[in-house]
Design a protein around this ligand. Structure first.
Ligand code: NCD
Length: 306
């Protein structure tokens, strides 16, 4: 595991189990204030050409906890030489000379792969446009395991913007390693791209597409809600039309299983009402916290192999 670009790289449960086992250890050590300073002397560069709260802060927090250092630009599009016309390739070549690992978020699908082919140090894809967000998917699976105990046998509903939502794209491939049933709920204009449906078919994973959540609420063990990805729409009128397609609120909660969980990669806009937050099934803030431990495990694994 040098670069982490796509969840296609994680083709067996053994690798995932190793990541989750180390994530669990990191969580325990952190609670005891006893994280070993294994990454002392290593430098992580965070290069974000798109906004981020959870991904960047949790990666930075993870690196600090492990004793490493961080160099960062929170708005690379404005504050790096990109604004002067420097290419991603040139910036990557330079930054890889200043750091031991690069965490990259970029608006163009495939950007992380391009950077990884040039970088002399590992590149972790922290979101490439409407492409993928593999570390989010890893923390999502870690969260389901922690909350429900097992993934095999669950029915999971992925809802919202399945066309542009990169966290769903990455998660689909990991879910296909387990025995799951998947419901894909989205407006007709925001359906999951064929590439991912073909992937599920190839792995014999049972799935169905629906526009209405009511039909699947009673059966879902996990309701994975996503934001309609405003920044990916070329026509903002179309976004306005679709932005409030779904809303999870007290009415929806009443129809769900008592032991189901609600997840969301966050940020949310209107798709989950704040009144939902106090319900014990609301797992999204716990999910976000897990990001630190999973990213600690990933940094440790990628950097100690070098
Ligand atoms: C997601 C992203 O950036 O793809 N956020 C995150 O990293 N937790 C989801 C989103 O922006 O809707």
């Amino acid at each position: 595991m040098k670069h982490i670009i796509s969840t296609e790289q994680f083709l067996d449960k053994k690798t995932l189990d190793a990541i989750f086992s180390l994530s669990g250890k990191m969580e325990l050590l952190d609670k005891k204030n006893a994280v070993p300073q294994n990454l002392k002397g290593k430098i992580m560069a965070c290069v974000f050409y798109e906004p981020s709260t959870r991904t960047r802060f949790s990666f930075e927090s993870a690196m600090h906890k492990l004793g490493g250092s961080v160099i960062t630009t929170e708005n690379a599009a404005q504050f790096s030489s990109a604004i002067k016309g420097e290419t991603l390739e040139d910036s990557t070549k330079i930054i890889s000379g200043y750091s031991d690992i690069i965490i990259l978020r970029h608006p163009v699908k495939g950007a992380a792969l391009v950077a990884s082919n040039i970088s002399s140090v590992p590149v972790i894809n922290a979101g490439d446009g409407a492409g993928e967000h593999p570390t989010q998917a890893l923390l999502d699976i870690y969260t389901i395991k922690k909350e429900l105990g097992d993934i095999d046998g669950i029915e999971i509903t992925l809802m919202g913007d399945l066309l542009y939502g990169r966290t769903v794209h990455s998660l689909i491939r990991l879910l296909a390693l387990y025995k799951v049933k998947i419901n894909l709920v989205s407006p007709a204009q925001l359906k999951l791209p064929a590439e991912y449906k073909n992937y599920l078919n190839g792995k014999n994973i049972q799935f169905r597409e629906l526009a209405d959540i009511r039909k699947i609420l009673e059966a879902s063990d996990v309701l994975y809600v996503t934001r309609i990805q405003k920044e990916r729409f070329s026509d903002q009128k179309q976004y306005e039309k679709l932005k409030d397609s779904y809303r999870i609120d007290k009415n929806v909660l009443r129809q769900m299983k008592s032991n189901a969980i609600i997840m969301h990669p966050l940020p949310r806009v209107n798709e989950i009402a704040p009144e939902t937050d106090n319900d014990k099934r609301a797992a999204y803030f716990r999910q976000a916290k897990n990001g630190v431990y999973v990213r600690m495990a990933l940094l440790q694994m990628v950097l100690s192999e070098r």
